[in-house]
Design a protein around this ligand. Structure first.
Ligand SMILES: *Cc1c(COP(=O)(O)O)cnc(C)c1O
Length: 484
């Protein structure tokens, strides 16, 4: 199993090297050079497996045995997934009228990112321990990635984590989950910009290969292939549980529609990969007023607005759905020349047009919709009235689709629930719905905080570079001290 860049500049890299990377050196994203196929027999034989077992099955396909021996892989993944608050790490809720919700938010920071993040952190730990190497993890966050990366990595020897969040554009609980982390190896920055501004900043740092190599810079955003890999399991689990595969007698696989609230499109990329591997999925990407993905599927024009719109579902306030690069690569049959041209034009001029054939492919695998703030609030209220079930605003973006396109009887459909409503008190109150805060959440209010400001006007790229250098040198002197 070898990996390449979507832009053609890198081929033949192994899993470990890809894991310790961010963007590929040519600016592209890593993908497996070939995808394994899951036969109907394999799928049937997996149909009763729990989520953690599926994560192991999938990781085993993409991480060769001579890179991590099976028994080690099994041990580290089961440790990673043992800290969730429901058995099996995820929970399927079957509400009235065929509204199936796959809850992926039972980890420590209460968003789906914990699942892939903690597995990825345990993979990192394995190699760090084996090779006594070190790394600086650099992540931007639209709200949930930051705390998840911090919680997954903060105890790891040899790793520092640098998180940049968009100040004033995340919920107070999301902010506190990051700024109350006072560990030595955690460095949190509040930036005056949107999460897309932060993405551009980090992309520029990753372009500097000297900086990347010198400090061992790596990403834990969904740029990192390992996060996408674990997320394949979301779709596989939903498929095996809800498509009706357990009942079929022949080899004709039933299909499942999966509806996903979409920002950086990491789940959508994972879903497309699994579909390519032989699992009959139809994907529906639901967005808020930041509708780049909706627009490109509807029209073939891939373009972003001049600024990110603030909405009630702010973890998906993203105009640059960067994992679409993986989807374009996949659907064009790995045409890296095409992808490189498209993505460079998109990032330079903020707009480009998909070739007709690619647009046709895209609209065949992906349906989309865009939801207003009003639609989010109405959906939360409706679901509460009908089921006594509280949705987070992002999950509501997906579930809006349920109320506008009710499922046909006999056809499987699953909605991905990406976060707990507890993280978004402000929005729940605005919708006039009751919310009981767990004690641990209330406790966050009283804890000490630490974070640095990153001002856009003052050349924030230079500022962040300096800080990374300082983090590196502090760590080196500390290690010298302990060795002496
Ligand atoms: C990150 C996030 C999303 C979107 O993630 P994708 O990368 O588009 O899969 C959706 N909802 C919540 C709550 C999130 O934190």
């Amino acid at each position: 199993m070898r990996y390449c860049s979507t832009r053609g500049g890198v081929q033949g890299w192994g899993f470990q090297r890809v894991l310790f990377s961010g963007y590929a050196p040519d600016g592209g994203m890593f993908m497996p050079e070939t995808l394994p196929t899951l036969s109907p027999d394999t799928l049937k034989s997996w149909s009763s497996l729990a989520y953690p077992e599926l994560v192991l099955k999938l990781c085993s396909l993409f991480i060769p045995d001579d890179v991590i021996p099976r028994q080690h892989l099994e041990g580290l993944l089961s440790r990673a997934l043992s800290h969730f608050s429901v058995p099996g790490a995820v929970r399927l809720m079957q509400l009235k009228g065929g509204l199936n919700l796959l809850e992926l938010f039972h980890g420590e920071t209460r968003a789906f990112k914990d699942l892939a993040m903690t597995c990825t952190a345990h993979l990192l730990k394995y190699f760090l321990h084996k090779e006594k190497s070190r790394a600086i993890v650099l992540v931007g966050t639209s709200g949930d990635t930051g705390s998840s990366a911090i919680r997954s990595v903060c105890g790891l020897n040899g790793v520092d984590v640098v998180v940049v969040f968009p100040q004033g554009r995340i919920s107070s609980m999301q902010e506190r989950q990051m700024t109350t982390s006072l560990e030595d190896n955690v460095h949190v920055f509040a930036a005056d910009g949107s999460s897309d501004d932060i993405d551009v900043l980090l992309r520029n740092l990753f372009k500097d290969q000297d900086l990347v190599k010198l400090h061992g810079l790596m990403s834990l955003n969904s740029v990192n292939w390992s996060r996408i890999l674990v997320q394949l399991a979301h779709f596989l689990y939903a498929y095996l549980q809800l498509s009706g595969i357990k009942q079929i007698k022949d080899h004709v696989l039933p299909s499942l529609e999966v509806v996903v609230p979409t920002g950086g499109a990491s789940n959508i990329a994972a879903g497309c990969i699994l579909k390519q591997m032989g699992v009959p999925l139809h994907l529906v990407a639901m967005v808020n007023a930041n509708d780049t993905v909706h627009h490109v599927v509807q029209t073939g024009n891939f373009s972003m607005a001049d600024s990110v719109k603030k909405t009630l579902a702010h973890a998906i306030d993203i105009q640059d759905p960067y994992n679409m690069e993986r989807v374009f690569w996949l659907l064009s049959g790995g045409d890296c020349v095409l992808v490189k041209g498209l993505m460079e034009e998109f990032h330079n001029s903020h707009r480009t047009v998909l070739p007709g054939a690619l647009h046709k492919q895209l609209s065949a695998v992906l349906s989309t919709g865009s939801v207003t703030d009003e639609g989010i609030v109405e959906t939360m209220q409706k679901c509460w009235e009908e089921n006594g079930y509280l949705l987070c605003p992002h999950t509501a973006v997906a579930v809006w689709h349920y109320y506008h396109c009710p499922p046909c009887p006999g056809k499987g459909r699953c909605y991905i629930a990406t976060a707990s409503p507890v993280k978004f008190q402000e929005v729940v109150h605005r919708a006039g719905l009751p919310l009981e805060l767990p004690e641990e959440v209330q406790g966050l209010e009283k804890m000490a905080t630490r974070c640095e400001k990153l001002e856009k006007g003052t050349n924030w790229e230079a500022q962040l570079r300096e800080r990374i250098k300082r983090i590196h040198s502090v760590r080196e002197s500390r290690e010298l001290f302990y060795r002496a």
